[in-house]
Design a protein around this ligand. Sequence first.
Ligand code: PLP
Length: 382
Amino acid sequence: MVQWTVPLADVRFDPADVEAVAAVYRSGWLSQGEQVEAFEHEFAAWAGCSHAVAVSSGTAALQLIMAALALGPGDEVVMPSLTFAATAAAVWHTGARIVFADIAGLNEPWLSADAAAAGLSPRTRVILNVAYAGHPGQTRALQALAASHGIDLIEDAAHGLGANDDGRRVGTIGRAGAFSFFANKNLPLGEGGMLVTGDAGLAGRARLLRSHGLSASTWERHHGDAPEYEVMMPGFNFRLDEPRAALGRRLLRRLDMNVARRRQLAQAYGAALAELPGVTPALPTTDGASSAWHIYPIVLGESIDRDDFRRRLGVAGIQTSVHYPPLHTSQAYREVENRLPLTEAYAARTVTLPLFPHMTDSQLASVCKAVETALDCAKPRL
Ligand SMILES: *Cc1c(COP(=O)(O)O)cnc(C)c1O
């Protein structure tokens, strides 16, 4: 494994976190128990929404939302192409048609409400927004657009854990939202996710579908409340287990503090990079909104060879990434005919720099120094 001086992301746990997980293993009760239930309650309180359903991944949360809405062939979903593969796959597996829409601009790399409006048809049932990098983007405008057409806004808030828009948590603004607890996300459990909604019916269907469509859980049967179960509908196994729920409860208490540190680091990046010609931070701050700063993407000047720039950072021990190769140009979704000029231009010029809560000021300074050197030396793009 490469030893990066500054990795792209990094996780750190306290001895007490590890102890909380070990205590669950010692208890002998590993799934569908009080840790998951408590995590759901605490998460709903934190998010300010009525229902939180813990699941095995962010992708599972998206799939459950689509299944609970009974999305299927004949339906259409408008979504960005600048996102992780899972956002589109959750739609694709329902049989609904994906309509990719462009981002708002090179320094506003989120789904444009105007582009989404242009992608609507009488068959559109869902606008699926992604809080790209943790930024709320045009969530409010998209919610208004969905409401005015009598369709649903669904939020892929995998990056948006800890973001706010107009005083509300990102993920709770549309009809339902999906969070991810994957190993590099803002609340890292390794694998895990949370579905949030204010809709009791949707939450109930999601709970049934999460565990094989069964009317009673193992926990309820074990405690004698429900001796038998009925198979209510064909379901999935999308459950989160108890040890990870116990860890999630602990990380939730530090989440806002960690997001505040991410914000501080992002501001420091912004100030340092403002001095350098040839790079722009990808995400401006917008009125009334605050980002969860899941990642820190920048946009390179048009003349800079990105591969060469990234290679130079790599040699300096700085790990970088690209979020994302657009889905509409990928093998999997190429037949979804669409040209998205802004998405394509952004995706060709963006680079994601390291960002994680315990990143030190001196690590940040060395990233900025390496960016400066790489900009001086990088080959011009052919
Ligand atoms: C991580 C991620 C997901 C999927 O979450 P998993 O927990 O890995 O299944 C979905 N959408 C986006 C934008 C993501 O970054």
